[in-house]
Design a protein around this ligand. Structure first.
Ligand SMILES: CC(C)(COP(=O)([O-])OP(=O)([O-])OC[C@H]1O[C@@H](n2cnc3c(N)ncnc32)[C@H](O)[C@@H]1OP(=O)([O-])[O-])[C@@H](O)C(=O)NCCC(=O)NCCSC(=O)C[C@@](C)(O)CC(=O)[O-]
Length: 283
């Protein structure tokens, strides 16, 4: 398996900043994205076009998108929960958008104010509009291991919703261990079921490192054929609607582990230092 290329999807500017208690100026967010753009990372999630009442931390999404200096070859992604979000993302010139659903009802209600089925219905017109514009849509599926409200998530439920989201138009499903409840054994149990329904090359790992298991889970996922992983510079972050969620796996740590296992990432670890310096002024 070594020798393959692995893609790191940097989510720090979005996932990392959405639940901070302190206010981060737009200029700092822009500087963070610009520093990340100089590292060789091919995909950066810049911000969210969600309701500013729900996530005031990212209310400046349009200003941040307008302020960044786009590096050639980098795709700048944003989160969009509905058509309003998609319209704002298009106006901001996002290269791709991401919808986000939950594998558990409790988290869906807390994060999106609707049931899982309602959230998928709400995405339908978004997929239609995005397809008309040839805008790629990524899908996040949260609480794939466990939910802070409902407990453990059955792998069959994850498989059913992930397959449905791909059918609806997602190019890839990012598997969110939202509260970092996973470990290699739980992830293997999930993949045993999921890979019968969805091929590994349509899946990504999004592992929060709450209990220090994210790197081991990346290794497990690599062995099962996954080649895309989300990570957050300096391990910034968490979800404001998931009690107990801490940061996504640290970008440097993920890169070091993936590289040690013999994969290429194209990311310059030395260049990451400037983004980490900015992240340290934020956290
Ligand atoms: C989905 C809604 C909007 C439903 O929110 P709602 O209150 O049920 O619905 P609404 O349609 O009545 O909207 C409320 C207000 O927001 C406005 N609004 C509505 N949509 C937008 C929009 N796109 N942009 C700007 N404004 C918007 C809308 O116009 C209205 O304004 P008002 O009439 O009250 O003045 C809300 O629940 C929401 O924004 N939720 C997002 C929560 C969120 O961002 N969570 C964090 C990201 S997910 C995550 O972190 C997990 C992940 C992806 O990382 C993976 C993992 O770790 O598992």
């Amino acid at each position: 398996m070594s020798g393959d290329t692995v893609t790191l999807f940097e989510v720090g500017p979005r996932d990392g900043l959405q639940s901070l208690k302190t206010e981060v100026p737009a200029a700092t967010k822009i500087a963070l994205v610009d520093a990340l753009s100089n590292t060789g990372l091919g995909k950066i999630e810049v911000t969210s076009f969600v309701s500013p009442k729900w996530v005031p931390q990212l209310a400046d999404a349009a200003e941040v998108m307008a302020g960044i200096t786009r590096a050639p070859g980098v795709r700048y992604a944003v989160l969009t929960p509905n058509l309003t979000g998609l319209d704002r993302a298009r106006a901001a010139g996002a290269d791709e958008v991401a919808v986000f659903a939950s594998a558990s009802e409790g988290f869906s209600r807390a994060n999106l104010n609707c049931s899982v089925a309602e959230s998928l219905d709400r995405f339908a017109p978004l997929f239609e509009a995005a397809a008309a514009d040839h805008l790629p849509v990524r899908g996040y599926l949260s609480t794939v291991i466990a939910c802070p409200f409902d407990g453990p998530t059955p792998p069959e439920t994850v498989a059913r919703i992930a397959a449905r989201m791909l059918e609806m138009g997602c190019y890839e499903i990012s598997l969110g261990d939202t509260i970092g409840a996973g470990d290699p054994a739980r992830l293997s149990a999930l993949l045993d079921v999921l890979l019968d329904h969805v091929p590994a090359d349509r899946l990504a790992g999004h592992f929060h490192d709450t209990h220090g298991t994210a790197l081991a889970m990346i290794e497990t996922a690599l062995h099962r054929g996954l080649r895309v992983f989300d990570a957050s510079v300096a391990g910034l972050g968490g979800c404001p609607y998931a009690p107990g969620a801490s940061g996504n796996v640290d970008t440097r740590a993920a890169l070091e582990r993936i590289t040690a296992l013999g994969f290429a990432t194209g990311v310059d670890l030395a260049a990451l230092a400037e983004a980490e310096r900015i992240a340290a002024t934020i956290a």
